[in-house]
Design a protein around this ligand. Structure first.
Ligand code: 5GP
Ligand code: MG
Ligand code: MG
Length: 187
């Protein structure tokens, strides 16, 4: 197929729709945290990289930014669904308010593992900011820490989506919108 965009069957959220929602989320965060207790934003690599980049540039606070990576294999059996940390924090989160930034919450396994990890590192609160949420797919109910809040961009129908940081087989992250691939592209 010739162009990147010709691989997409449906666009669920356009570049402008995402941009508006990201600005709203950033203002909410800017209002909820004061400059004295400004948060550490921890992006979950790789999928959150574009969302994180757009989000932080709209936050009006002196925040820190870091990344973690969680692989969904490991920690024993394949069916356990327990992710393994494969990139650790650089910033010390002890006594800090942390906002975990995710592209999409699906089963909830990744987030519940990462929240527990941040709590064990002494974060005084853990919030989650996810661009997309697929609540119908949830298997694990994740528990926020302290006064932590769930910031959610959009509720996503049960499709496998790509773009705006999200991949299929490491491709399509560079699409400026979120969409669904044509069935032949999943092969
Ligand atoms: P979990 O099931 O642990 O909540 O989600 C783990 C990760 O799977 C998400 O952070 C995301 O990176 C990936 N994921 C879940 N649903 C989708 C989807 O529809 N599209 C893409 N590209 N990745 C997804
Ligand atoms: Mg992710
Ligand atoms: Mg992926």
């Amino acid at each position: 197929m010739a162009s990147l965009h010709s691989h997409i069957e449906t666009i669920l959220w356009t570049k402008d729709e995402i941009s508006c929602r990201v600005t709203e989320l950033a203002s909410e965060i800017s209002t909820d945290f004061g400059a004295a207790d400004s948060p550490v934003l921890v992006g979950v690599a790789t999928g959150a990289f574009i969302f994180l980049a757009d989000l932080v540039r709209n936050i009006q606070l002196p925040i820190s930014v870091d990344f973690v990576r969680a692989e969904s294999y490991g920690c024993g059996t394949l069916s356990s669904g327990v992710p393994k940390l494969s990139l650790d924090l650089k910033v010390d989160v002890k006594g800090k308010h942390v906002i975990l930034v995710e592209d999409i919450v699906d089963t909830g396994n990744t987030l519940s593992c990462l929240i527990a990890y941040l709590e064990s590192k002494g974060a005084s609160s853990v919030s989650v900011c996810a661009l997309l949420d697929k609540p119908t797919r949830r298997k694990v109910h994740f528990q926020l820490v302290g006064e932590g809040k769930f910031y959610r961009g959009f509720e996503c129908p049960d499709y496998f989506v790509v773009g705006y940081g999200m991949d299929f087989a490491e491709l399509y992250r560079n699409l400026p919108y979120v969409g669904v691939l044509k069935p032949e592209c999943y092969k």
